[in-house]
Design a protein around this ligand. Structure first.
Ligand code: 5GP
Length: 116
């Protein structure tokens, strides 16, 4: 059983966050420390710690992350210029919060994706 993180409290609205979208499967909110002009996190409401913990039961919620990402990119006016979606897994990728989250980054040119 995974330990709850601060993201569970954001989903339940127990702590403040700039929530842009929420439904029964996912929640999207602005990152507290933006790494681009637009930096939004989209997370499943169900606690899944890392990509390594994903099961086939999660297909609907995780697929829905992409649907919501595309919808939010439209709302934010960044869809045409483009954006980047990133999911970090464990320490080599720098994952800090152990509740799967998709980073939506955009609003400006992001440069090449570099491994280091
Ligand atoms: P990771 O490195 O795990 O892929 O990304 C975690 C992200 O969560 C970071 O970009 C960090 O700024 C963001 N974050 C951590 N704590 C909070 C918080 O309490 N509120 C919000 N909105 N974002 C957070």
């Amino acid at each position: 059983m995974s330990e709850e993180t601060i993201f569970s409290k954001i989903i339940r609205k127990e702590i403040p966050a700039n929530i842009l979208y929420q439904d029964e499967l996912v929640t999207a909110f602005r990152d507290i420390s933006p790494q681009a002009k637009t930096h939004i996190l989209i997370i499943p409401n169900k606690l899944i710690a890392t990509v390594n913990d994903v099961t086939t039961e999660d297909e609907l919620a995780l697929g829905h992350l992409f649907i919501v990402a595309a919808k939010i990119a439209q709302q934010e006016g960044i869809a045409e210029d483009g954006y980047r979606l990133i999911v970090n897994c464990n320490k080599h990728a720098g994952q800090e919060v152990f509740h799967i989250h998709m980073h939506l980054l955009g609003g400006e040119p992001l440069g090449p994706l570099v491994a280091k």
